[in-house]
Design a protein around this ligand. Structure first.
Ligand code: CP3
Length: 341
């Protein structure tokens, strides 16, 4: 096995950690903005296989990352299930809302998703042909809870209030939505693997707002079901789980879900995570993305500190969350120099 990302995911400690960045294809890159303008808008870009493959490859040409992540969005799945989806410029996603059983009943069956998502699978096929041999192709989906928070509220929310409210007021509808998303996510990710994705990442960006038993029921259990089903269909498939802001619940998360690697956000200290999370296997993370805006000596010091903290076990270097549009592309070169020496 020569691909460094696959070696780290298999538990190997490498002298230099492999590296990629969340949102590595994005608005901080002028070539991305140009291609998005050519596509018309963000969603048209997601559903245009040639242009989506092109923006996936752009950061690799510039930086030589060890992995490429499919260019798509976690909200394409709700759209494939029948939710309306659009993006308000400068504000973010908007969807039709789910407030009760009638809204849930209007959603399509899991079998219907491939009609909408076929262009995404085509992007994966193009990438698996065109990627350099040493680069690993990562497919992804949102975890059911995170996707449900957008479907219920119809937008991003600071505290996921509407989703928590539905969970309290109408448990049956909430649980049925989580179930539908769990099943549809298995089919969606399985189709990505059949098209050529070599690793799967599950983004649970809002896992941190699930507390106590809710975390077990709606972050751990769905991830466990998805990972078990994927591994049954595709033996040996490595999976990265990202229960963002899970804090102390990062401990044991890989074992409880069957994930091969846990991605860490930058609210946890690398030294703590090396002692309490990396003991279960590979970890990914966790540079504060704001350092790619501010740069300077702090960027170099902090990058080296993270590399050192995780140097005694399997580690994939990444950010604690996505790179932001105001990041300086030159700072990514400085980060890479600090990792690779
Ligand atoms: C919550 C979430 C979403 N999408 C995603 C998440 C989970 C990770 C996270 O917590 O950030 C995941 C995602 N979104 C995108 C990718 C592509 C791959 C990559 O990381 O490069 C991935 C893996 C492209 C994107 N998804 C989006 C953009 C920016 C759209 C643009 O070009 O205008 C990109 C490059 C838009 C998006 N998509 C979403 C939001 C809330 C927004 C608006 C906020 C923003 O503008 O950054 C939903």
């Amino acid at each position: 096995m020569t691909k460094t990302i696959l070696r780290a995911l298999a538990g190997e400690t490498l002298p230099v950690p492999p590296v990629w960045m969340m949102r590595q294809a994005g608005r901080y890159l002028p070539e991305y903005r140009e291609t998005r303008a050519k596509a018309g808008d963000f969603l048209s870009l997601c559903y245009n296989p040639d242009l989506a493959a092109e923006v996936t490859l752009q950061p690799l040409r510039r930086y030589g990352f060890d992995a490429a992540i499919l260019f798509a969005d976690i909200l394409l799945l709700p759209q494939a299930l029948g939710s309306d989806l659009w993006f308000e410029t400068g504000e973010g996603p908007r969807l039709s809302t789910i407030t009760g059983p009638a809204d849930l009943a209007r959603l399509k069956d899991r079998d219907a998703i491939h009609e909408t998502l076929a262009p995404v699978y085509e992007t994966v096929r193009i990438l698996s042909r065109e990627l350099p041999n040493e680069v690993t192709l990562i497919g992804f989906a949102g975890a059911p809870w995170t996707v449900a928070t957008y479907m219920i509220a119809g937008r991003g929310t600071p505290d996921q209030g509407p989703a928590h409210a539905l969970k309290a007021a109408d448990r049956a509808t909430f649980a049925a939505l989580i179930d539908l998303l769990t099943e549809a996510t298995i089919d969606y990710l399985s189709a990505q693997v059949e098209a050529g994705a070599e690793v799967i990442k599950l983004f649970d960006s809002w896992a941190g707002s699930l507390k106590g038993q809710d975390f077990d029921d709606f972050a751990v259990a769905p991830a466990n079901r998805i990972i078990a089903a994927l591994k049954a269909r595709h033996p040996g498939l490595p999976v990265i789980a990202f229960p963002r802001e899970a804090r102390e619940r990062y401990v044991g998360f890989a074992k409880a879900t069957g994930a091969d690697c846990v991605a860490l956000d930058n609210s946890v200290a690398a030294d703590w995570a090396a002692e309490n999370v990396q003991t279960d296997g590979c970890v990914q993370g966790n540079l504060d993305p704001s350092l790619l805006v501010t740069g300077g000596e702090a960027l170099v010091t902090e990058t080296r500190r993270i590399v050192k903290a995780f140097s005694n076990g399997p580690h994939i270097f990444n950010l604690g969350h996505g790179i932001t549009p105001d990041a300086d592309p030159e700072n990514v070169h400085r980060m890479l120099a600090a990792i690779r020496g």
